[in-house]
Design a protein around this ligand. Structure first.
Ligand SMILES: [Zn+2]
Length: 266
């Protein structure tokens, strides 16, 4: 199953979504895919065998609808076997929104973090600890499945806390905190600026192990972390933020990034 990604709208497999009203339930039951606004996950339209059925009255005026319709059309083209080509979405819209927040080039300079484009589609990599769909780039999804299986053969249980996250998701965190009265600099001490998180790439995931709280430094004292440190590299995963990393990001023993396609070090 795949998530089709466009700048403002995501196209989800209908079977992964829950109905939020009786009308939704009837539509979702016969939908193949559902268009969702990325900003807050609002259902926009159901794609059924009869075509696109609006789930809100102003669908035709929805920003980004055309791009989503193009993605839907492409999804019907026969796929060439063995081809996992993943495109990247443009960064224009993100740059405008960073300007509006007053986050400029100095942030990139200070942290040494690059802007991260979103992939044009993501593969279902299973479900996370909270039973939410876990989306990753196709190759990273396979890497994660292999990593998890290998750990299990050594009696180590790994679970996913979080995988792909969109720019809009991160912008939403900022907007909610700003609305509560926090300022941008304050938020940046805890959250990466929208566009600068490795999670946008679909390669990064936060890994946990049962009975251990998510995303806590104590993860480094678990057998799961010990196993990862010894074995994750063989499956293409690298810990992005070790202690005293040059980006000034707090130590994150739970955050791993798939780099299996990177050229080997010379
Ligand atoms: Zn992370």
């Amino acid at each position: 199953m795949v998530l089709l990604n466009t700048p403002e709208i995501e196209v989800w497999p209908a079977s992964l979504l829950r109905a939020r009203s009786n009308r939704d339930a009837r539509l979702l039951a016969r939908a193949i895919r559902v268009l969702r606004r990325k900003r807050e996950g609002r259902y926009l339209a159901a794609h059924t065998s009869d075509g696109l059925v609006p789930m809100l009255p102003s669908l035709r005026r929805e920003p980004g609808l055309q791009a989503a319709e193009v993605a839907l059309e492409r999804a019907h083209l026969p796929q060439r076997p063995g081809l996992d080509r993943v495109g990247e979405l443009p960064l224009t819209r993100l740059r405008d929104r960073l300007d509006a927040l007053g986050i400029d080039e100095t942030y990139a300079g200070r942290t040494g973090l690059p802007l991260v484009a979103e992939p044009s589609w993501l593969a279902l990599a299973g479900f996370d600890r909270y039973r939410r769909p876990l989306w990753l780039r196709a190759q990273a999804a396979r890497g994660w499945q292999h990593l998890r299986d290998a750990a299990l053969r050594d009696d180590v249980v790994l679970d996913a806390i979080s995988g792909y996250r969109s720019h809009d998701y991160q912008l939403g965190i900022f907007e909610r905190k700003l609305a509560r009265g926090l300022d941008v600099d304050g938020i940046l001490t805890v959250n990466a600026a929208p566009g600068y998180s490795e999670h946008h790439s679909g390669r990064a995931l936060d890994i946990g192990t049962p009975d251990e709280p998510p995303a806590e430094e104590s993860f480094e004292r678990t057998p799961a972390f010990d196993w990862l440190r010894r074995n994750a590299g063989a499956y293409g995963f690298v810990m992005s933020y070790p202690r005293d990393n040059p980006h000034g990001i707090v130590y994150e023993p739970w955050h791993w990034c798939w780099r299996g396609d990177a050229a080997p070090a010379p």
